[in-house]
Design a protein around this ligand. Sequence first.
Ligand SMILES: [Zn+2]
Length: 102
Amino acid sequence: MLKVKKKAKPEKIILGEDIYILWQDGYESHISYFDLRDACPCASCIDELSGEKTLLSNSIPKDISPLRSEYVGNYALRFYWSDKHDTGIFRYKMLRDFDNEQ
Ligand SMILES: [Zn+2]
C-alpha cells in the first residue's frame, strides 16, 4: 500500500498523450490537456471576486497541448499552452486531486 503524504511533490512530469505526473510518494496522475486547460485557475479564466469560471470551454482548441511546463516555487506548476495562454498556476494539490474530481 502506498502511503499518501500530504505534501507530495512531482518527481517526474511527462507531456505525452496527456500530462503524466509521477509523485514522490509513487502515486501516478494522468490528466487530459483539455481538462486541465479548462480548469485554469488564473484571473482571466476565473473571476477573482466571485470565483466563477469566465473561460468558455468551447473557446479552447480541442487539440490544446502544453508546450512546456515549469516549476513555480515549491508548490505549483505553470504550463505554457499552445493557445498562448500561460498565466495559470496549478498548485500541486489541485493537480494531485485532479483525476479524483472528474
Ligand atoms: Zn487562465
